[in-house]
Design a protein around this ligand. Sequence first.
Ligand code: PLP
Length: 397
Amino acid sequence: MTTSRVESKRTRLVQSARHSSDWNGALNAPLMRASTILFDRLDEYEVRPDRSSRKPSYGIAGTTTHFAFQEALAELEGAADAITLSSGLAANTVALQAFVNQGDHILVTDSIYYPARRFCDKILKRQGVETTYYDPTIGAGIEALIRPNTKLIYMETPGSLTFEMQDVPAIVAAARKHGVRTALDNTWATPLFYRPLEQGVDVSIQAGTKYIGGHGDLMLGYIAANEASFRAVYDMALFHGHCCGPEEAYQGLRGLRSMGARLDQHQRGALAVARWLQERPEVDRVLYPALPEDPGHALWKRDFDGATGLLGIVLAKPYEHRAVEAMIESYKYFGIGASWGSFASLVVSGYPERHQTARRWEATGPLLRYHIGLEDPDDLINDLTAGFERLEQANKG
Ligand SMILES: *Cc1c(COP(=O)(O)O)cnc(C)c1O
């Protein structure tokens, strides 16, 4: 008797989309550079291969390298298919535009990645699509915001600056009841730690620039979608002429293979640093859903398989800006920079009150966002300790 055995997602990260016998024995998918594809016969050219055949037919439609990467992504997400794009932002904007027409309405989380919010306010608005921003903690209450012309609910959980968790199944249930499509930017968790399609979300968006690339040197995005939603996303990407280069697809698939090991270390480091930060008098709140004290912890525990390296802190006092500068400009390990997800530790300041409209940002002091890289957490804690000493000293001085 055979028993069914479900391989873990970590194993699938390593094993998925490996076709060495098609690749002359090579372990990794070959880097196939091609814009011109030649055909033996005219009728083969005239009836181009369908996407499902995974045969290269025209530059923008992808090469062997893209198809291997997309196959691995679709499997990981539990999606019908996935398309790869030149950036995470392109993945956001294509997904936002794919399901709307003039006169439609969309519901977007107030915590959305800011450049995607700008796209709603500048481009979708000009095209006659109205956006309402909702409080990310709204849950089932979202039903009251759904209008007859609402076509899409766009989530991000946790928000990558303010870290609110969303009750995705409750939002999906309300959306389904009214025939509204759902999409979710899953960059913080990656599909290793959270799979939106398993909770009924139609479209999952990822900035592959972050943890999938993992080395701070790649621009990449993808959209994975279920059967009912993939075609609209795919068509919108091709209407715009979006794609990603074969080198980026190659590096993305290579990054995926080691992502499980990297994320385990990011998680260990971030949890150690977060717990330490909670005890510091300079810190009012640590924004990290893996902490039991975080308001989103119960949702995180229910829905996610892990936490990554990005967290926020709210300082306990309205420290002067020059004191914050003194703290962060002299860190030994934390660089000042925004695009997180690599081996490197980073810090930036954040100002949610400048953009959020659905929810008032209340804070005792400045918000700082840290990315916990792959350094030894003890060294990072020493660096942070010295920083807090500079902060207090400069604030007094
Ligand atoms: C970084 C990021 C993006 C954009 O990714 P790029 O590849 O830099 O364009 C989108 N969404 C979230 C949540 C991000 O963190």
